[in-house]
Design a binder for this molecule. Sequence first.
Ligand SMILES: [Zn+2]
Length: 398
Amino acid sequence: MWRGNQVTTLIARPEYIGKTVNFRTFKNSYKDKKTKRADKEDWVVFDDTQEPIVDEETWLLAQKLRQNVRKADPMGEPNVLTGKIYCADCGAPMYNHRQRKGRERIYYTTKGEKRISHSNPADCYECSTYNLAYQKYDRHCTCHHISTKALKSIILKTIQETCHYVSLNEQEFVYSLQEESAMKDIAVSETVKKRIERNQKRVHELDMLIRKIYEDNVIGRLPDRLFQSMLTDYENEQNELNKIIETDIADMQRIIGGQNNVERFLKLVKKYENITELTPAMINEFIDKILVHEPQGKGADRTTEVEIYLNYVGQFQVPVEQHEPTEEERIAAEKEAERLRRKRESNRKYMKKIREKSKEFAEHERIAEEKSSDSNVCVEQNATSKSNQQKMKGEKIA
Ligand SMILES: [Zn+2]
């Protein structure tokens, strides 16, 4: 039988990607019977010491997934976007709000038939700073409301467009990324590489020099006082150089890691080249984080800016070819805008009419009910079963 914590400990072991880890534990003294766990920074990790069981990307993805505690909500489904959505204004994570059922609405048709409709159950993200303050009748930040459906469609569109662009323009894509950061890094890496070599050579020379003065001192060619002062100088120089070498090597590894990131992203693009729908795996593999800005405008003109940061490459804007619209296109666009405006206007009028009618019929029904409440129980039962029938009818239609 496997227990949860056994599996999580196993997943986190770097041994699965072919590494060997030493100094995971330590003892304060050899007499100590108790071993202590060392900090991760103090581990010594050797690369490629054995055949890897999983590839590095999968392993890193597993570590990333484990960072977020994804609680299953009352509906029993863990939310894939949770832990990735942040408020662009206050930086706090955004919380998911979901309803099991949509809101029930009773309305009357123009012919006076009673209907019941259910709106789609709410499923949205809101700024947690706003929400937590709001619960205490306080105000911090703003709601930043965005529906999960809208978020998912933006994510799908971004992934599709990026994959489409990258697969057609791989060279340009790699180049544009290099232009931004890697080009700089390549120039830097050349100087850093040279500096490492030069410093390592000098450290080696100093080793030889130290050995030489030791020998000279032993055979009496170098007086003790002079030997001591020379030794201190050499050792100081060596320590300084070793520190520089260490930071330079770390820089080099970061630069090489950056180049690997582009390759990893290209691999991902190949894997998801012709996708049509969004899966949880895709969200985890592609999306690093998403920032949601405060909505601007009202009604149908309301827009919300959403920034999507992809794994490995960050925020990537697919270049769009700007072209001046022709006269025909301009007229067509104007016509379309006018058509939408009229449609909205007529919808608004229609809904207003329905609301007024509904109010009227509801009032009639209330009066009728008040009258019939004086009558016998039998009639009341009849009315309930009738309204139940209508409810079922309403649901079918909704
Ligand atoms: Zn906020």
